[in-house]
Design a protein around this ligand. Structure first.
Ligand code: BES
Ligand code: ZN
Ligand code: ZN
Length: 469
């Protein structure tokens, strides 16, 4: 796609005109629209043809919110791609704010994403053609917001791909290779430890989970270090490329468990975006990636395993594997890099889905300021989070009789909280650590596909949180 910026803007074959809700009739150039037909209400559009040109008016509502602008534009490029031929003009009135332009552009680009990776015949979205020309018409300077919109969507689409591709394609090694090539392209260092190296280093909780798979575990470390970095942020993302449950095999919902690396994929996408936006912050990110499989070599319920921290862990349930690899990810990050702020992100528990459904992720932190900042960032961009407690009274749930800690309470209650308490046990009392349980929001059913698919929840949340630190 080619992008052109103009101030006057001639009418094209296709014209996209976002419009805020108003009691006054819409007037655009010589066109005026009867308010009973279209008044700019949120989630509405109005299409008309005049002299062979199509005018598509897009309702933004009275006060626009980021997510609904993004979704409105995504709807257009995803579901009305037949309207796009070789060119389009997009008219931004002066009252549209930068973040609204960003939402519109990112939505437009997200709509080009399709799930038919393995279809013999898949018609590419016309916007993806090299010679498709998009003219952006505005009297204000919009270049920066437009560029940001594209960068955000590009990173989110990378995450869509990683989560939506099947687990026989997206192995731990696939994630490692992705990280290496993104590192080269966007400018961050990538180090990867395979099984042997991870065992040598003492990442025993991580390697225990991967034991039952022929696909070798990969401990992926990414370091983005711009000169004159303002702060150092650490990230950890759960990279279970498939979760069978292990020997405590899943009896429900296993078919969706390719999504169990969505936290890792969010961290990978966020690293691309952070580097692409050249954010002036040092970021160290770890994605422990492995498969939780069933095999003669699998770890066993009742095994006692070691961990990078030196603490021993009693395995009550092999399906509570995410917290094990995150424990080593967090310990390794804290011991070797000492970041000032740490966020981990994971499809960690069914319990968080039972609590919040698909509406928001669960947020855990003892740091009030951090909690506020993450919630505010999420609310602003439509990736909502809501806090759950980390009270010490929940600690007894993970106290083991025979080891330093156990990986599951054995009780069907407060699962998201005891999982978070388990992670906290490996954070060495870090004062600015937050855990995001995104099991309910990273892989969902919505209007854009007939099957559950990735949302890239966390990519922009993390990048935007960092840039506003
Ligand atoms: N990967 C799952 C959590 C999950 C559930 C992710 C639904 C996405 C959607 C996790 O590893 C898991 O199996 N958690 C168990 C833990 C339990 C056995 C202690 C759960 O929450 O049921
Ligand atoms: Zn599991
Ligand atoms: Zn899992």
């Amino acid at each position: 796609m080619k992008i052109l910026y103009t101030t006057t803007g001639n009418v094209k074959k296709l014209n996209l005109i976002p419009f805020f809700e108003s009691e006054n009739p819409l007037v655009f150039k010589e066109i005026s629209v009867n308010p009973t037909l279209f008044s700019g209400k949120k989630d509405t559009t109005f299409v008309m043809e005049q002299a062979g040109n199509i005018f598509l008016f897009i309702g933004l509502g009275k006060t626009a919110d980021y997510k609904s602008i993004q979704t409105s534009f995504r709807r257009i490029s995803a579901k009305q791609s037949n309207l796009f031929d070789r060119e389009a003009a997009l008219f931004f009135a002066t009252e549209i704010k930068e973040n609204e332009i960003e939402a519109a552009i990112s939505g437009l680009w997200l709509g080009t994403y399709q799930l038919g990776h393995y279809k013999k015949e898949l018609k590419k979205n016309p916007l993806l053609a090299d010679d498709f020309s998009l003219e952006i018409v505005s009297d204000s300077t919009v270049e920066k917001a437009v560029e940001r919109g594209f960068k955000i969507a590009k990173a989110q689409i990378e995450t869509y791909n990683l989560v939506d591709l099947p687990p026989n394609k997206v192995t731990p090694d696939f994630l490692a290779q992705w990280a290496k090539s993104a590192g080269e392209k966007y400018g961050f260092e990538v180090t990867v430890f395979g099984r042997e190296k991870a065992i040598d280093l003492g990442l025993h909780a991580f390697t225990a989970v991967g034991k039952g798979s022929v696909n070798e575990p990969q401990f992926i470390i990414m370091e983005y270090q711009p000169s004159e970095a303002k702060k150092h942020i650490g990230l950890v993302g759960k990279g279970i490329t498939f979760d069978t449950g292990g020997l405590n095999i899943k009896t429900a919902g296993m078919v969706h468990m390719k999504c169990d690396m969505a936290g890792g994929a969010a961290v990978l996408g966020a690293m691309q975006l952070i580097a692409d936006l050249k954010l002036p912050y040092r970021v160290t990110a770890i994605v422990p990636a492995c498969v939780n499989s069933v095999d003669a070599h699998s770890f066993l319920p009742s095994d006692v395993i070691g961990s990078y921290s030196g603490k021993s862990i009693e395995i009550i349930d092999t399906d509570a594997e995410g917290r094990l690899i995150l424990a080593d990810g967090l310990s390794y990050l804290i011991k070797n890099y000492k970041p000032e702020t740490i966020i981990d992100i994971a499809t960690l528990t069914g319990s968080s889905v039972a609590t919040f459904g698909n509406e928001c992720g669960a947020l855990f932190t003892n740091n009030e300021a951090l909690s506020k900042k993450i919630q505010e960032t999420g609310a602003k961009i439509g990736e909502r989070l809501w806090p759950l407690p980390l009270w010490d009274s929940y600690k007894s749930d993970i106290e083991s009789e025979i080891a330093d800690v156990k990986n599951y309470s054995g009780k069907p209650v407060a699962g998201a909280i005891s999982a978070a308490k388990f992670l906290e046990f490996f954070t060495e009392n870090h004062t600015a650590w937050a855990h995001l349980d995104i099991a309910g929001v990273s892989f969902i059913d919505d209007e854009f596909a007939k099957t559950k698919h990735a949302t890239a929840f966390g990519v922009y949340l993390i990048a935007n949180f960092i840039e506003n630190l």
